[in-house]
Design a protein around this ligand. Structure first.
Ligand SMILES: [Zn+2]
Length: 91
């Protein structure tokens, strides 16, 4: 039976297979939620879902798409916004 602090579901379970053939459960912190588009609230592609300590070791170019509003707006919403701006509509 796991200790009380491991029963709450606060931590995620990692099933680790030992050389002896047994499966042990390791407990790790949960990853942050997916980055979402600020306009349509859909999950953004190309934005890694990692812990801040891991993100610190990833190059900036690998953390968001290299385009205007990369990591903020999805490609569909960006295209719509640029179309509205080009037509002189209020975006
Ligand atoms: Zn969007």
């Amino acid at each position: 039976m796991p200790r009380g602090m491991f029963k709450s579901g606060r931590l995620r379970k990692i099933f680790v297979k030992t050389p002896g053939g047994e499966t042990h459960i390791h407990y790790r912190q949960r990853k942050p939620s997916k980055a979402i588009c600020s306009a349509c609230k859909k999950p953004l592609a190309g934005v890694p879902r990692e812990m801040p300590a891991t993100l610190r070791n990833i190059p900036k170019t690998a953390k968001r798409p290299e385009r205007p509003y990369g990591g903020v707006l999805c490609s569909v919403c960006l295209r719509v916004m640029f179309q509205q701006k080009a037509r002189g509509e209020s975006a």
